[in-house]
Ligand binder design. Structure first.
Ligand code: SF4
Length: 346
């Protein structure tokens, strides 16, 4: 059977399966484009079950585009805390402002206009256009790439942009009238049946009749993922500095990793640099010092191996912002990378 024929034949049973089995999720009620947009950006960070909590909290504080366009950045980042990739939250606000300025406050229905908005890439534009407005456009994420590669028996590397383009083109040719349900069906199948880790649940799959990987026993070999990037390791010293119940934080620069975020002061570890020297450079003197353990955080290209120090200092300096402990939890968004040290303060 030709690839196109396989894909065409599976559309109807897939849409039917999705309608019969879809989970009731808060953002699926009413097909509101704002709800779909926010949930799709959050779903790029973590799994559905985890997103629910963040989503409810976000919607309570920022229920519409107008509020999003005018919200204070600090508040927005605080709501995003725990999801990581804070640039995505910042882009939400930028996009909301653009929607106000250029589209009369209405999220555009057309893929080509959606993709012009900050933070909206091919996948998100396709998801919003198809799910909220039922436009016949594909939306290819990791789940969809895995499912389609298995159905057509493709051993192409799904991490390559060309593979994504090919899958997107192939789906574009066969996408049915119920485009939103079809795209969501593929994603849901990938989440629940054609799962990423471990054996897919082929015996429960509504489209196994058309699946090459199932037919030929290739589910362990497909999808193919060739990882190339090697992460750089950085050793960092992290400081929880305390002066009279106040803790030192600082704001990172506006560019690069964790841009504009608040953090505990930290330095790249260099040979022979003594702690006293680091503190002296910050005009601080040690009163009491305690090692508070090691932690690791993995970013896409860098891995931080951190050693933490809790230090009571004799005076505070001008360089840092000295805040109440509870403000670390309630006011400032401290990136996940520092979670271990933040939790040591409870
Ligand atoms: S039959 Fe199995 S491998 Fe094929 S799409 Fe269904 S779950 Fe995935």
């Amino acid at each position: 059977m030709e690839e196109k024929e396989r894909l065409e034949k599976m559309t109807e049973p897939l849409v039917k399966w999705y309608k019969d089995n879809k989970r009731m999720l808060p953002w699926r009620e009413g097909k509101n484009p704002y709800h779909i947009w926010i949930s799709e950006i959050m779903l790029q960070q973590t799994r559905i079950e985890a997103v629910k909590v963040y989503y409810e909290r976000f919607m309570k504080e920022i229920p519409n585009i107008q509020t999003l366009a005018s919200i204070e950045e600090e508040k927005l980042l605080k709501l995003w805390e725990g999801l990581g990739y804070y640039s995505r939250a910042k882009n939400l606000k930028k996009a909301a402002i653009k929607i106000y300025e250029e589209h009369d406050g209405q999220i555009p229905k057309i893929y080509e206009q959606l993709i012009e908005l900050p933070g909206i890439g091919e996948y998100t534009a396709g998801a919003i256009a198809s799910i909220a407005f039922n436009q016949k456009v594909s939306a290819v994420d990791g789940n969809v790439l895995r499912v389609i590669s298995r159905i057509v028996g493709s051993k192409k590397d799904i991490l390559l942009p060309e593979t994504k383009k090919e899958v997107s083109r192939a789906l574009q040719e066969i996408i049915p009238e119920e485009a939103g349900d079809f795209n969501e069906g593929l994603m849901e199948l990938g989440e629940r049946i054609c799962i990423p880790n471990g054996e897919p649940l082929c015996e429960r799959c509504p489209i196994r009749k058309w699946c090459v990987a199932f037919e030929k026993g290739l589910t362990n070999e497909i999808p193919v993922r060739v990882k190339k990037t090697k992460r750089t390791k950085e050793k960092r010293q992290v400081f929880v500095l305390e002066y009279q119940n106040k803790i030192a934080i600082r704001k990172r620069g506006e560019k690069g990793l964790l841009a504009g975020m608040y953090e505990f002061p930290n330095v790249l570890e260099k040979n022979n640099t003594k702690l006293e020297q680091i503190l002296e450079n910050w005009n601080l003197k040690i009163e009491q010092i305690e090692e508070i353990g090691q932690a690791k955080h993995i970013f896409s290209h860098i891995e931080w191996e951190m050693t933490g120090w809790k230090i009571n200092v004799k005076e505070k300096n001008e360089e840092f912002i000295w805040v109440e402990k509870k403000e670390i939890f309630e006011k400032y968004a401290i990136p996940e990378a520092f979670r271990y040290y933040k939790n040591r303060m409870r």
